[in-house]
Design a protein around this ligand. Structure first.
Ligand code: ADP
Ligand code: ZN
Length: 600
């Protein structure tokens, strides 16, 4: 174990293991199997990297993320670790060299795509190689329950039949129990020790805002809180990603679309720019992000509602892997509720499947509408206990007011009833507000008893009432896909005056505050920080690497605080190990020295 700590300090430049890292490493070092469930950014990689370096032979890392292998390997090479990858993008010559390196036992870590691994040729090669361990990354890909299912993963159960003495460690950030069960069963890991870390991501601030004018709201959020930061904006449709990316570009940001309909060359280029350059915004459908391990994504914004809390948590989880402050921000409105309910009800899925989807969507809507702590609700969904208030979500920071919406709800429901359960929210609101337009006259709705009974509320408020009634199951959306609202079993007691309902007071009426949040990183000397970033950028560009592979932001920030004057002091900074000190130490020390001299 001494050795593991030595590697952590010398090679990685970190002082201590985090959470369960040490236990997991010990367990695998001793040749045992493990299943590791840790949130994104929790530090899963060290759990296999360290034992792979300490055990004789090469550690084989199975990952579906071909596009990222290059960067993962570059990052390891920067640390002075002997690493390589094998996938379909490599020229034959490189493949041969890598294979030879493997046979010569010149390698600590080899990244490999599952389809490549499972080729008979590769398996035969591995049989002639000394193997330290197998690490199965993104292990939830073996589960058909989630949305990242990969067929190749199913065949990975061969590994323990063919290499019974090689320890296996499976890792994922997916929290739910069913996925966990499937991983164990399908990968033959029933005997493996399971390590479950808490799933909380304390550095992420959750916010869900009512949609007013989404572009304006997004721009305001970016301008006041994320000038120059890298982030991801999620949209439901391909078309919308392109429109929003174009619009953000016109506003002076560098924004690139990403969706499955783009040519793979374009997708790859956009992803690479996101990784390699600073301050790029990717506007994407859910096709983007699986395993993106860019550590300095400062925000994830949703312009459309995800279909489940699992999806929301996975997508927002891509923010702040480096542990620094990050935002999960979403706008949400009546149209999301109607659209998602409609999509669900009109899909061809069988009833059992729909029931599951309905439960997931209801949970997601519940999260949007709650007036208590969002983090508490999220963690509770994953079966984790948490304090009732986290202090770092919108509802904790600005407690939501509620109002007695019983009368309004009764008016709304009775308007649905009087109009024959044939209309959508827009028409119903016109009736409630007493607007005598063509459609109202066409159906004679100006003669209904509910015509004009809702003038005490404005249009936005009525939209909020309808949204909450649908989200909470007092109204359902028709199955034919016209968006008509229908009464439910739950609406009866309310209509009959036997129940009360409290509604959320939306923040839309309030003006967005101009208050600027303090910069996410605690930079004591912004000027020096910029200089260090410049220096990092030059080094990165020269080698064709993403800047964070040289040093993370947090490492540069620590440099501005400690102002190291020589190599020994620089080595004290977290993230500076022996190899990087040798490679870059002098360059960064020179920047710090020059800056200090300027100040004297
Ligand atoms: P995951 O794969 O679980 O999302 P990573 O392995 O990429 O997380 O680690 C997330 C970040 O935390 C990385 O920047 C990594 O270098 C850093 N990290 C991991 N373990 C430690 C540690 N013991 N001390 C300091 N930083 C760490
Ligand atoms: Zn909270």
């Amino acid at each position: 174990m001494e050795q593991a700590l030595e590697i952590l300090r010398n090679t990685f430049g970190y002082r201590d293991f985090r959470g369960e890292q040490q236990d997991i490493i010990n367990h695998v070092l001793a040749g045992n199997d493990a299943l590791v469930l840790m949130p994104t950014g929790g530090g899963k990689s060290l759990c296999y990297q360290v034992p792979a370096m300490l055990r004789p032979g090469t550690g084989i890392i199975i990952s579906p993320l071909i596009a990222l292998m290059q960067d993962q390997v570059s990052a390891l090479l920067q640390l002075g670790i002997r690493a390589a990858f094998l996938n379909s993008t490599l020229p034959a010559q490189t493949v041969r060299e890598t294979e030879q390196g493997l046979l010569n036992n010149d390698m600590d870590l080899l990244y490999i795509a599952p389809e490549r691994l499972l080729q008979e040729r590769t398996l035969a090669l591995l049989e002639r190689t000394q193997l330290a361990l197998f690490a199965i990354d993104e292990a939830h890909c073996v589960s058909q329950w989630g949305h990242d299912f990969r067929k190749d993963y199913l065949a990975l159960d061969q590994l323990h039949q063919r290499f019974p003495s090689v320890p296996r460690i499976a890792l994922t950030a997916t929290a739910d129990e069913r996925t966990r069960y499937e991983i164990r069963e399908r990968l033959g890991l029933e005997q493996a020790k399971v390590y479950i870390s808490g799933f909380n991501r304390p550095n992420i601030r959750y916010r869900i805002t009512t949609r007013l004018e989404e572009r304006k709201q997004l721009l305001h959020f970016l301008e006041t809180e994320h000038q120059g930061d890298a982030g991801i904006v999620y949209c439901l449709s391909r078309k919308k990603t392109e429109a929003v990316a174009g619009w953000l570009t016109a506003q002076g940001r560098t924004a690139l679309p990403y969706h499955a309909g783009l040519e793979s060359r374009v997708r790859y280029r956009h992803q690479q720019r996101f990784l390699q350059e600073e301050g790029i915004i990717i506007v994407a459908t859910i096709a983007f992000g699986m395993g993106i391990d860019k550590p300095d994504v400062r925000f994830v914004a949703h312009l459309d509602l995800p279909k489940s809390i699992e999806a929301y948590y996975q997508e927002t989880g891509r923010a702040g892997r480096d542990g620094a402050v990050a935002d999960a921000w979403m706008v949400y409105g009546l149209e999301d509720v109607v659209k998602l309910r409609q999509m669900l009800e009109t899909s061809d899925a069988d009833e059992t499947h729909k029931r599951v989807e309905r439960y997931k969507l209801d949970s997601m809507l519940g999260l949007c509408e709650i007036t208590s702590c969002r983090r508490h609700a999220l963690l509770q969904y994953f079966g984790e206990e948490a304090p009732v208030r986290c202090g770092n979500c919108d509802t904790c920071l600005h407690p939501v007011e509620t109002w007695d919406g019983t009368t309004a709800a009764r008016k709304a429901l009775s308007c649905v009833y009087r109009t024959g359960q044939l209309f959508g929210a827009r028409h119903l609101i016109d009736v409630l507000l007493g607007k005598e337009n063509d459609k109202v006259r066409k159906f004679g709705h100006q003669r209904l008893s509910t015509f004009g009974i809702g003038e005490e509320l404005g249009m936005e408020q009525w939209r909020s009432v309808f949204r909450q009634l649908i989200a909470r199951g007092f109204l359902s959306v028709d199955l034919k896909g016209f968006g008509s609202l229908l009464l439910t079993d739950q609406s009866r007691p309310l209509l009959q005056g036997e129940a009360q309902v409290f509604l959320r007071k939306d923040d839309r009426i309030k003006k967005p505050t101009r208050k600027q949040r303090k910069t996410p990183l605690q930079v004591s000397d912004p000027e020096l920080f910029e200089k260090l970033k410049d220096c990092r950028k030059q080094l990165a560009v020269k080698q064709g690497l993403p800047p964070y592979v040289i040093f993370h932001d947090s490492t540069l920030v620590e440099m501005t605080q400690r102002l190291p004057s020589g190599p020994d002091e620089l080595l004290q900074v977290s993230g500076v190990g022996a190899h990087k000190l040798e490679q870059y130490g002098e360059t960064f020390l020179a920047v710090i020295r020059a800056h200090r001299d300027e100040l004297i």
